[in-house]
Design a binder for this molecule. Structure first.
Ligand SMILES: [Mg+2]
Length: 287
């Protein structure tokens, strides 16, 4: 075998990895800023013949927008490398019903993913009974009136309530902003109904879709994520190696605290605990 001269050796914990799934916010970038050297380490992984894909709970942008954003950060990708909670939701909703009529609380990413699979987005339903699904994602133009329509579609019509994700917060360049969970919980509160399903992390729909499409077995796959109750939980539920990166919302103290509590009590979900914790991506290589 001719070794690629650029090849770097992975640390023993992940030496059999063939597929690396990356969360975006808090792992690749924070807001508009690339996390230092992530572009170079991703290139190192690709040079070592590791398939790299991206799985974000952020449903606001289209996959093409993410491809363009990554390109700006010197990371080459294509649409098929991107799995957002919006694209995963669209695929899963299509399995339930083709050409559905949908009321969306969400942004262009979710809307366009649904439309691209043949669904109709109805913004001002004339008859609430016409709406098959209300789908909720992060909406930075969230308004009382949208909530009121969604409520009517569910309570007066027959719409089923689904959500892209329920993240409480969104990491931005400086600190945190409210996440999709705020919109999801608003609709839970005014309908007294839970979403039938939430398709983003920590549910393993996305990771299972990725394993299926890449045909890489779970023992050769890992996820890099900054959030324990989404990325790490989803990865552990899907049976892949989970790596917490401390460049986003989680600190070493939070992980140590969780491990400590898990030892003392059976009430802690051990799927929240990552297999590996790193402060940055440089630590995954030996040399
Ligand atoms: Mg994140």
């Amino acid at each position: 075998m001719v070794l690629n001269s650029n090849m770097r050796e992975l640390i023993d914990d992940i030496k059999d990895i063939k597929l690396a799934i990356f969360d975006l916010d808090g792992v690749i970038y924070r807001g508009e800023k690339l996390i230092p050297n992530v572009d170079k380490r991703i290139k190192d992984l690709k040079d070592s013949s590791i398939k790299v894909v991206y799985n974000s709970n952020n449903s606001t942008a289209t996959r093409q927008t993410y491809v363009d954003r990554l390109k700006k950060f010197n990371i080459k990708s294509q649409i098929s490398d991107l799995y957002t909670s919006a694209s995963i939701t669209s695929v899963e909703i299509t399995k339930l019903k083709k050409k559905a009529k949908i009321f969306v609380i969400g942004e262009i990413g979710l809307r366009s993913e649904l439309e691209s699979l043949g669904h109709e987005i109805v913004d001002e339903p004339k008859n609430y009974n016409d709406i098959d699904f209300v789908i909720v994602g992060l909406d930075r133009d969230f308004k009382y009136n949208k909530l009121a329509i969604a409520q009517k579609c569910i309570l007066e019509g027959k719409a089923q309530f689904y959500a892209t994700n329920a993240d409480s917060t969104l990491p931005v360049a400086r600190g945190l902003k409210p996440g999709a969970g705020v919109m999801v919980n608003a609709l839970i509160t005014c309908t007294d109904k839970q979403p039938v399903r939430i398709f983003g992390k920590p549910e393993p729909y996305g990771i299972k879709m990725i394993l299926n499409e890449t045909k890489i077995p779970e023992e050769n796959a890992c996820i890099f994520g900054d959030r324990l109750n989404t990325d790490i939980l989803a990865g552990n539920r899907a049976g892949i190696t989970t790596i917490a990166v401390l460049t986003g919302v989680t600190t070493m103290e939070m992980i140590e605290n969780l491990k400590f509590r898990a030892k003392k009590s059976k009430k802690v979900d051990t799927n929240l605990i990552p297999n590996l914790t790193i402060t940055n991506l440089n630590e995954i290589f030996k040399n």
